[in-house]
Design a protein around this ligand. Sequence first.
Ligand code: SAH
Length: 248
Amino acid sequence: MGKVYLTGAGPGDIDLLTVKALRVVREADVIIYDRLANPDILKEAKDGCEFVYVGKADGRHTLPQDQINEVIYQNALKYDNVVRLKGGDPLVFGRGGEEAKYLKERGIAFEFIPGVTSAISVPAYAGIPVTHRGVAVSFKVVTGHEAPNKEHSQVDWESMKADETIVFLMGLHNLGNIAKNLIRIGRSEDTPCAVISKGTTPEQKSVTGTLADIHAKVKAAGIKTPALIVVGKVVELKKDLEWINEKD
Ligand code: SAH
């Protein structure tokens, strides 16, 4: 029986892959990977390594999670070194915990290899620090996928009144609702926002605005997934801290 490495691929820029992740990728007999993992990483695999794609697009699963769990398990019965490669960090909205549990219940050894999460690195590549002395002393990473008007929302909108940074992942298609809800709970319409698409890649593109106008601006700019949303005063630092020239 093999071992499964539940591995973070980082946000896109291949240089943000960790040394440990690169090591297990080079030793892998099989790599089971997601849509968000940079495919150039696969070029690092040894000859004969098998590749299995189990990508999902924005919550629409190509393969349901229980089938992905089973694919990983079956590969662990077959191979010594199994790498499960996921975009960003495997445990930040990555379902790595569920996969590990499934393996553990079946007696398969695993390791978590944390990755550079998009939640922090994508804002950084757009010149936005998630915390900044005197501006934001905390930040929150929230799923933007859940419809905010859902009856039994697990997302605690009321907790977002404080002047902290909020990063929404998987929220592009819900941007209008997210902005409306933040205004409803009392965040000012002028609260700065940024939406960053394909962050850390050569196609990185960002749009800045306020809770009042961000949705329209993002629509007009034709922003594509993957994209994340940053809400809070730290977004104002972008004009001074931008360090990448984005293409139009
Ligand atoms: N485990 C991942 C997140 C998975 S959820 C991580 O730690 O980064 C998928 C969401 O992550 C996308 O919908 C998007 O909101 C965000 N995301 C991932 N890569 C991104 C990128 N390069 N640019 C912008 N957003 C990204």
